[in-house]
Ligand binder design. Structure first.
Ligand SMILES: Cc1cc2nc3c(=O)[nH]c(=O)nc-3n(C[C@H](O)[C@H](O)[C@H](O)COP(=O)(O)O)c2cc1C
Length: 175
């Protein structure tokens, strides 16, 4: 899918819709609702067992996904703005709430994401410029590893400057 070029065309979904998917511990998709399949242009059989990177958009900074995984693997929920790509190369922005699910012994057994329509003003004024900046920092070093370390430092510095934890920062934006 990733070799299908991006079109630059944005897609939108309804304010009342929730794009839902669930994964196993490795991040392989075990469930996707109709809203997910419709906006991303996939059939259910094409996504089940696949990682979410089938809808990964190249504009997303890797440090955001690193924060997402570190947070849910530690047993916490996270909110994040994410731009995804469709099978045909269009894109759509979401405001995602990702949570771990636990068994009776308190062990993490799966992950769940509910995505809603993001606030357009926040996207335009804060998120798109921030992600562009993080992506540029990430892409500057020759190695991927150094790039990720640099963008993680940049986001940590930004949060320290604001005196906020990541979730407080995102909640402030959403307020
Ligand atoms: C429940 C859950 C939902 C996710 N949803 C998305 C998503 O909508 N888009 C996305 O690009 N990555 C999503 N991810 C993150 C992916 O697992 C992955 O980290 C990301 O696509 C980057 O992939 P890459 O490291 O292979 O480039 C989700 C992860 C979890 C646990």
């Amino acid at each position: 899918m990733r070799d299908v070029p991006l079109t630059g065309v944005e897609r939108f979904f309804d304010d009342n819709d929730i794009i839902v998917s669930k994964t196993d511990l490795k991040g392989r998709i075990t469930y996707a609702n109709q809203v997910f399949l419709k906006i991303a242009d996939f059939r259910e059989a094409e996504v089940l067992g696949e990682p979410h990177s089938i809808i990964r958009h190249p504009d997303m900074p890797r440090c955001i996904f690193k924060t997402l995984w570190d947070t849910v693997q530690a047993g916490h929920e996270i909110y994040a703005y994410v731009v995804n790509r469709t099978k045909g190369g269009d894109h759509y922005w979401v405001y995602a709430h990702v949570t771990p699910s636990f068994d009776a012994q308190g062990r993490i057994v799966s992950y769940h994401s509910n995505r809603r329509v993001p606030d357009r003003a926040i996207l335009e004024s804060q998120i798109i410029p921030l992600y562009r900046q993080l992506k540029a920092i990430e892409d500057a070093p020759a190695s991927r590893k150094d790039g990720l370390a640099a963008s993680e430092r940049a986001i940590a510095d930004l949060l320290a400057e604001k005196g906020l934890a990541y979730d407080e920062f995102v909640a402030t934006l959403a307020a």
